[in-house]
Design a protein around this ligand. Structure first.
Ligand code: AMP
Length: 217
């Protein structure tokens, strides 16, 4: 199985990617993870990508395409995979369309997790965690509130919010997502590969829907 996953932050895409990897024996390929790893190893790619990642901007298409090409042309290239975070732009998708036949690969499906912006804002804005590094317990104002506002139930330390889970940051990330992803989604729709999955259901229901959509049943 060869899949591409598309979804905004907070759509549960990461959770589904993990389940697909575990249950379908797929290799996880996340370009964000690869780029962060390259940065921590201080490779040339890492040094080139760093300023873009730090600002939350997209890394230039050429750099990411090259990274993907290197990955797929090495001797132990992944065969069955789930791609998370790539292709991210129409230009990357067009480039990837040309790479795939050279590898004798074809995509089985592009799965889009559909959730509206207000729901994403509510999901991410509500996330908090315990500030005590030894504890780090996760909370959510709506689905898993602490007994006492702002205080960890387990260790009594104050709760904190990640800076990129603030509302204005989330809205900015969503704007970038729509600017680049809407054209990408249309591209895969025209190719007949797009499978739209509602991201509102419980995790296991979403997973079952993904499998059904991929298998076309
Ligand atoms: P992610 O972990 O997928 O959210 O990616 C983290 C960051 O890596 C993004 O904000 C971009 O700066 C960069 N990145 C990851 N994948 C791509 C891609 N396909 N194209 C451009 N930039 C990317």
């Amino acid at each position: 199985m060869r899949l591409v996953l598309i979804g905004p932050p907070g759509s549960g895409k990461g959770t589904q990617a993990k389940l697909l990897v575990e249950r379908q024996s797929l290799k996880y390929i996340g370009t964000g993870v690869i780029l962060r790893e390259a940065m921590s190893r201080n490779t040339e790619t890492g040094r080139l990508a760093e300023p873009f990642l730090k600002k939350g901007h997209l890394v230039p298409d050429d750099l990411v395409n090259e990274l993907v090409s290197d990955l797929f042309t090495q001797p132990n290239r992944p065969d069955c995979f789930v791609l998370d975070g790539y292709p991210r732009t129409l230009a990357q998708a067009v480039w990837f369309d040309q790479l795939l036949p050279k590898l004798d690969f074809n995509l089985d499906a592009v799965v889009q997790f559909v959730v509206d912006d207000e729901e994403v804002v509510s999901r991410l804005c509500g996330r908090m965690s315990c500030s005590n590094p030894q504890c780090g317990a996760p909370y959510h104002l709506r689905s898993r509130p602490p007994k006492q506002p702002g205080i960890c139930d387990l260790c009594g330390s104050p709760l904190t919010q990640r800076p990129d889970d603030r509302e204005e940051t989330i809205r900015a990330r969503l704007a970038v997502f729509h600017q680049t992803t809407d054209a990408l989604v249309e591209h895969y729709r025209k190719l007949g590969l797009l499978r739209e999955i509602s991201a509102y259901d419980p995790v296991e229901t979403i997973y079952a829907n993904v499998i059904r959509a991929i298998q076309g049943t």
